[in-house]
Design a protein around this ligand. Sequence first.
Ligand code: 4AD
Length: 431
Amino acid sequence: MHTFIKDISTKVDQEVTLKGWLNNKRSSGKIAFLEIRDGSGFIQAIVVKDSVGEALWNLVENSTQESSVVVTGTISKHPKQEHTYELQVASYELLHKSEEYPIAKKEHGPEFLMENRHLWLRSKRQWAILRIRDVVETAVNEYLHMQGFIRTDSPIFTPNACEGTTTLFAVPYFDLGEAYLSQSGQLYSEAVISSVGRCYDFGPVFRAEKSTTKRHLTEFWMMDAEAAFVLHDENMDLQEGLIKHIVTSCLEKCITEFSILERNPEPLKAVVEKPFTRLTYDDAIKTLNENGSDIKYGEDLGNDDEVILTQNSEVPVFIHKWPKAIKPFYVKRDPNNDELALNVDLIGIEGSGELIGGAQREDNIDFLLERIKHEGLNEADYDWYLDLRKYGSVPHSGFGLGVERMVRWMSGAEHIRECIPFPRVVNRVKP
Ligand code: 4AD
């Protein structure tokens, strides 16, 4: 049995065996300091030439960065640093001596790192981001179950568009012509709620969008939640609760990761404590125009607009009730104003941008048909979706969270490419 570094604080003065990789090595010729990582954490191992003997010492001297190793020794508390432990090496096995590792200690450009993403993932920084991603995903699952949602998932091959026809990836599909990679599982979750009431899917979605911003991937992970009998305001309550739960989890579980990433947790505390701002699209446009933006009523918000609306805010900002003309066909029209839609985008603070898009769905079949025709979509493709409005239609709402956007915000990573293990962007599908 070997020990994981994460459990080392309970093993002081005991002999343990660790299995992992040699992250770094410094040697004076008499004493060597090895940084070992095992996936669960990092620890310094100390090898003293005089006490381990010539053979073991030579093996250590011969070990290169990234070699895989098995190290046995006694755990002691670091003499100066609190919560830090060291291993005094007694025996050492070199499982595989690494070839010269291409990612050196010097700075590398992003293209080089992307090309070597399979190796780059081993860096402390990427390790921390991967772990934050796991905490975010786990928190999403927890919160939705607490709210009575079950995970049902949606298909990836789909016959029709969910979020507009211009960003579809087509793939040949046997004798049936073309299928499309899903842009969002929402439409399917809308069908599933008539069975289970509240459900969500969680998986990769695809956008053939030639955006090369720091916030766009062509393949990203989305969680689409959908709930029967939930109206527009309650839809925002659920989103707010979800974000607060994710942030709370990160604050509790990611102390080490935040410190590796030099991510200041202070701004996240207000997010948990204070209610989110809810701004109508109308008010957002007024605020923007007063603050120097030349955005016109009826236009989508640009990155700069999102910055203006959130830069002095301690909490994320909901922008809701947009003109229906610039929103997808499935969004319910506002019963108080035929031109508006009961949709909502959630814009995060600290430059994180849009985190969630959601809406109350159109449950009236005639209005829905009108929108499908108006958008030039093929009605026959949506016959199954229209059925949902024929057999016990109910008011319902849902929303989609972009997982990497959330991870980017939590980790403070500048670019979204660091927030998924193997990013897919316009100019890269390898490794
Ligand atoms: O706003 P979007 O397009 O909404 C939908 O797809 C709805 N059908 C969701 C629903 O109601 N169930 O996308 C939802 C979220 C965005 O707010 C953003 O966080 C993320 O998905 N997103 C992207 N993330 C990375 N790269 C991209 N290209 C993204 N496009 C959207």
